[in-house]
Write a protein that binds this ligand. Structure first.
Ligand SMILES: O=C([O-])CC(=O)C(=O)O
Ligand SMILES: [Mg+2]
Length: 388
């Protein structure tokens, strides 16, 4: 068996929203199809992947370096020892040939996106949901198909007033979420506090709010927000300062003793390890948001989970960024604490298979081979169009 072709395409996921750092008016992503010569139900097995919002399409890197390396490799060198399935670890090593360490940049997004498609194909060839395969290979054998999800939104929309923000949040609660997220740092502290008060006014007992500064703040601003946010009982205070400013993150714990979250813009095990070593994050309350689709894929995420284990962190402190089904599978297979979800954004990417409902902020993953993209009709239409 072998990979016969890898296709990629850049697609728009643009919208008029902005966070504290960027707007999404020109946002794109890469969609990838890994086409194999394995036939199931009369059709070749195809694995699909895409990168999360925020880093744009990565077609050039894929076309110039990573796809040619895979296609030039001896097909048998990319298979497991039995020769009956792809080996995602060997394919990852092949993509990383002649790449120097460090300076991870966005090569990690290109590799992570192809890696997602490789895992989808691998699980389909094994004829299992990816969460099942992961639990058997790397977990305790028993997936937990019920996964915590929270609704990310609360962006700065042109012309959205506080009533419209409340309506947006109510609509997430009505759809079964009990944790919601809104942006901060794209307005003055006073205005952000008014926005927070507005959202809190629609939350009932047991429902909570996360706030996300998208790395906007310098030390003084991060501390001023920490002090002001301490009056609330927030689910978390996310990405206050620059993603690589571990000293800022470590300092903040002196001003904010409630949960904080960060890590979505750390793109390697080594960068994640630096956060854990130097960022003052607390394994008893803080959250880690590394997103495999942006950070060299699941092969690398497995290394990150091993690193976390060695540093006394449970996988259940990880709630990845990105809102895609890949992280849902990792959560169900390997015991992560949950996954992000964008109920109204970046569609048709992300989200859940059709018919999956959110109840008390949990979803239950259905029994679909691979990552489960075939269960989401609008997404699968885009995927099939690429592989046809
Ligand atoms: O607005 C973004 O770039 C996405 C983000 O930070 C998140 O989902 O946490
Ligand atoms: Mg974020």
């Amino acid at each position: 068996m072998k990979i016969v072709e890898i296709r990629e395409k850049t697609l728009p996921i643009s919208s008029s929203i902005r966070n504290a750092y960027i707007d999404f008016s020109k946002m794109t992503l890469s969609l990838v199809a890994v086409i194999t010569d394995v036939v199931r139900n009369g059709k070749p097995v195809v694995g699909y992947g895409f990168n999360s919002n925020g880093r744009y399409g990565q077609g050039n890197l894929m076309r110039e370096r990573f796809i040619p390396r895979i296609m030039a490799a001896k097909p048998d060198s990319l298979l497991d020892d039995a020769g009956t399935n792809l080996d995602p670890h060997k394919i990852w090593d092949c993509m990383f040939t002649n790449e120097k360490p460090g300076g991870h940049g966005e090569r990690s997004v290109a590799i992570g996106t192809i890696d997602m498609a490789v895992w989808d194909a691998t699980a389909k060839i094994a004829d299992k949901p990816l969460f099942q395969l992961l639990a058997e290979r790397y977990g305790n054998g028993q997936p937990n198909r019920k996964v915590f999800v929270y609704a990310a939104g609360g962006y700065y929309h042109p012309g959205q007033n506080l009533d419209a923000l409340k309506d947006e949040m109510r609509s997430y609660l009505d759809r079964g979420y009990s944790v919601v997220k809104k942006k901060i740092g794209g307005a003055s502290l006073d205005e952000d506090l008014r926005r927070i008060d507005a959202v809190l006014s629609v939350l009932q007992d047991g429902q909570k709010l996360c706030v996300d500064a998208n790395g906007r703040f310098d030390m003084d601003t991060a501390i001023a927000y920490a002090k002001a946010l301490s009056q609330y009982d927030l689910f978390w205070y996310e990405e206050a300062g620059d993603p690589l400013d571990f000293e800022l993150q470590a300092m903040l714990r002196n001003y904010y003793d409630k949960p904080m979250a960060t890590g979505e813009n750390l793109f390697s095990m080594q960068d994640a390890r630096n956060l854990v070593r130097y960022g003052g994050m607390r394994p008893d309350r803080d959250w880690l948001q590394f997103d495999c689709a942006l950070s060299y894929g699941l092969v690398e995420y497995l290394r990150t989970l091993d690193m976390l284990h060695a540093h006394g962190w449970s996988p259940n402190r990880c709630i990845p960024h990105g809102g895609h089904q890949m992280s849902l599978n990792i959560a169900a297979g390997l015991g992560l604490g949950g996954n992000e979800s964008y109920p109204d954004l970046f569609q048709p990417f992300g989200g859940f298979p059709d018919g999956v409902r959110v109840e008390n902020s949990y979803v239950t993953l259905p029994d679909l081979p691979g990552i489960g993209f075939e269960g989401k009709a609008d997404l699968y239409r885009e995927m099939e169009a690429l592989s046809r």
